[in-house]
Design a protein around this ligand. Structure first.
Ligand SMILES: NC(=O)c1ccc[n+]([C@@H]2O[C@H](COP(=O)([O-])OP(=O)(O)OC[C@H]3O[C@@H](n4cnc5c(N)ncnc54)[C@H](OP(=O)(O)O)[C@@H]3O)[C@@H](O)[C@H]2O)c1
Length: 226
C-alpha cells in the first residue's frame, strides 16, 4: 500500500484531461504534487515545471526540478501524450517522430531518471511507484491509429520489462490501459482527424480508478479495469 499522504509525486502532463484530475486527487489525498507540462499558460504555481518532452533533456530536467524542490521522489505519473490519426500510407516522418518522442522515448527517459530516487524511496520504507498510460491501443493496436498504437506499445513493452526488473528494488510500475476517454485528446491530434468514436469513458471515473490503484498497491490496470 502506498501512503499517498506521505508521498512526493511528480505528475507529467498535469495540464491534461487525465493529468489534471489525477494531480488534484493525489493532492486531495495529501500528497505533495509536483506538476509538469509543456504550455506555461496551462500550469502555474510554485510546484509547476514547464518542459517540452520532444526535447531530449526534458525528462532529466523535470525529475531534477522535482527532487530539487522536495529532496525526494516517491511516485511518478506520466499522463502526457499525443495522438495522430490516418492511414498507414500517409503517416509523415514528423508525426512519427513526435508520437515516439512524446509517447515512448520521453516516458522511458522519465522512468530512467526517476529510478535512483525511487530506489531511495523504497530503501526508506515507502512504496514507490510509476504510473504510465499506454491505453487500450497497446492491448489492441487499432486500424487508423497504427503509429499511435505502435508508440504506446513500445511504452507498454518497456514498462512490462522494467516492472520485472525493478520489482526487486521495491518499485511498482503500473501501466493503465483505459479505452477512449472524453478528455478531448482525440480533438487535438498532431495529424489526421479522429473518426466518429462512440461516447468514451468518463475522465473523472478513469482518474479515480487510477488513483485508487496507486493507493491500494495494485500492480496492473488493463482495459478491463475501467
Ligand atoms: N483520452 C483518451 O482517450 C486516452 C485513452 C487511453 C490513454 N490515454 C493516454 O492518457 C494520457 C493523457 O491523455 P489525456 O486524454 O489527458 O490527454 P490531453 O488532455 O490531451 O493531455 C495531454 C497532456 O500531455 C501534455 N503534452 C502533450 N505534448 C507534450 C509535449 N510535447 N511535452 C510535454 N507535455 C506534452 C499536455 O501538456 P500541454 O497542455 O502543456 O500541451 C497535456 O498535459 C496520454 O498519454 C494519452 O495517450 C488517453
Amino acid at each position: 500500500m502506498t501512503k499517498i499522504e506521505e508521498s512526493v509525486v511528480l505528475v507529467v502532463g498535469a495540464s491534461g484531461g487525465l493529468g489534471t484530475r489525477i494531480a488534484a486527487l493525489l493532492a486531495d489525498a495529501g500528497a505533495t504534487v509536483v506538476r509538469a507540462a509543456r504550455n506555461p499558460e496551462t500550469i502555474s504555481g510554485p510546484d509547476a515545471f514547464v518542459a517540452d518532452l520532444r526535447d531530449e533533456a526534458a525528462a532529466a530536467a523535470i525529475v531534477a526540478a522535482a527532487v530539487g524542490a522536495h529532496g525526494r521522489l516517491d511516485g511518478v505519473v506520466i499522463a502526457a501524450g499525443a495522438v495522430a490519426f490516418g492511414p498507414v500510407g500517409e503517416v509523415t516522418d514528423a508525426a512519427l517522430r513526435e508520437l515516439f518522442d512524446i509517447n515512448a522515448l520521453a516516458p522511458i527517459r522519465l522512468i530512467r531518471e526517476a529510478m535512483p530516487h525511487l530506489v531511495e524511496s523504497g530503501t526508506a520504507g515507502r512504496d514507490p511507484f510509476i504510473l504510465t498510460l499506454s491505453g487500450v491501443v497497446s492491448e489492441a493496436p487499432t486500424a487508423g491509429l497504427a503509429a499511435y498504437s505502435a508508440s504506446k506499445s513500445a511504452l507498454a513493452a518497456f514498462t512490462k520489462a522494467a516492472s520485472r526488473e525493478l520489482r526487486r528494488a521495491g518499485i511498482r510500475i503500473v501501466d493503465a490501459r483505459p479505452g477512449h476517454t472524453e478528455t478531448g485528446l482525440a480533438t487535438r491530434p498532431i495529424a489526421g482527424t479522429a473518426p466518429a468514436f462512440p461516447t468514451g469513458l468518463d475522465p473523472d471515473a478513469v482518474a479515480q480508478r487510477i488513483v485508487r490503484a496507486i493507493a491500494d498497491g495494485e500492480k496492473d490496470l488493463p482495459s478491463t479495469a475501467f
